[in-house]
Each structure stands twice: as C-alpha cells, then as structure tokens.
Design a protein around this ligand. Structure first.
Ligand SMILES: [Ca+2]
Ligand SMILES: [Ca+2]
Ligand SMILES: [Ca+2]
Length: 203
C-alpha cells in the first residue's frame, strides 16, 4: 500500500497488480490483502509516476504540453522539473526528451540554439558524429550536400579520409565529394567537375 499526502488529502493506493492500482482518498479501512504491492521509488522503472492514480507514463510525455496523468501532474512544475538520466531537459518547455531523439535528428527542442547536448552521446554503428554532435548515416558523408548543420560531413579533411580508394570510393576533383568507383566511366556525370568520366578507355 502506498500512502501520500496530495492537495491536503491523505491518499492511499492499493495495488492489485503492478501497473493497476485503485485509489482511495482518506480511506479509513486499511486493507491487508496478500496481493497488495508497495509503490516504491522504482515502481515505474524508467517511466514517470502519476502520483494521483499510480499510473506510469513515458518521461517524454512530461512537460510536452499535453496532460497525460489524470491529475495533470506531468504538466506541473515544468519550470523546475528534473529529467532522469538519458533524457535531456528542453530549456524552454521543461520537456524530457531522450538524447537519441535529439542527437539522431528526430526531435529539436523548441527555441533551441547553440550546440546540441550530444557531446557524450555515442552514435550507433553506421552513423557519423558531426562536430555539432548530431549523428547522420555514413552514406551522407562527402555526398556533395551538407547534412551536418555545421557542414562537418563535407570538409576536405573529412573527404580525404573517407573517400579512399581502399573503401571503393573515388574522390572527385575539388576534394569535397566522392562516389563509388562503380560510378566512374559509366557515361553519367557524378562529380561536380565531371572528372569521373575523364580518361576512360574505350574498348
Ligand atoms: Ca504530458
Ligand atoms: Ca553530406
Ligand atoms: Ca559517372
């Protein structure tokens, strides 16, 4: 049995199942069933506990401007709330967002400016970490278009490393784009200066 004082009421939650609780306010009839479980600090695991009902919601739903707890606790205290490990707190809204969303480009905090909070985030296999911290797929490196917000996927230094012939790539003239060696002499211009179609032997 979990006991808490909320809005001046003594609240007890009796859990028959781990995620299913019944709520009783000012209950003067203590129950003692063996099926009751205590709500502990780890009750919701990596989720946020709606204190009033005992439900658990995703942390990314905290301070996202939608009331997900019946009592609205997930949208309270958004100016001072703290996000758990693995989540970034958006300054403007207080929303707790997994670093993966921010660092892999699927979410941007409203009003965000400046560097991303991704210095300690490790990009998954097959992705390149831009100097800004964002992860982009490897195939976007030196493809002729900046995909990192700071253009670090298209620098000459980057392309000199990434576009080596040992990886089956040809570095186009200009040094900022490479193509597959399969695209050399295929009668299609792939390099900005068309040098992939020069010096082709004609059989
Ligand atoms: Ca919410
Ligand atoms: Ca690119
Ligand atoms: Ca070509």
């Amino acid at each position: 049995m979990w006991v808490k004082t909320i809005f001046g009421f003594l609240v007890t939650a009796h859990c028959c199942f781990l995620l299913s609780c019944t709520l009783q306010i000012n209950d003067s009839h203590p129950e003692n069933g063996s099926d009751e479980l205590s709500i502990t600090a780890n009750y919701c695991g990596p989720k946020f506990l709606c204190h009033l009902t005992g439900h658990c919601v995703f942390y990314s739903w905290v301070c996202d401007n939608v009331s997900d707890c019946i009592g609205g606790e997930d949208e309270a205290n958004c100016e001072t709330n703290v996000c758990p490990e693995g989540y970034h707190r958006c300054n403007q809204t207080g929303q707790c967002v997994p670093y993966k969303w921010i660092c892999e480009g699927s979410f941007m905090c409203p009003g965000h400016s400046g560097p991303l909070p991704c210095a300690n985030y490790t990009c998954p296999l097959g992705k390149f970490k831009c100097t800004s911290g964002r992860c982009i797929p490897n195939y976007l490196i030196c493809d002729g278009d900046p995909d990192c917000d700071d253009g670090s996927d298209e620098t000459e230094q980057m392309c000199a490393i990434y576009c080596s012939s040992s990886t089956g790539k040809y570095l186009c003239a200009g040094g900022r784009k490479c193509i597959s060696t399969m695209s050399q002499c295929d009668l299609i211009y792939d390099c900005p200066q068309m040098d992939d179609e020069y010096n082709c032997s004609i059989d």
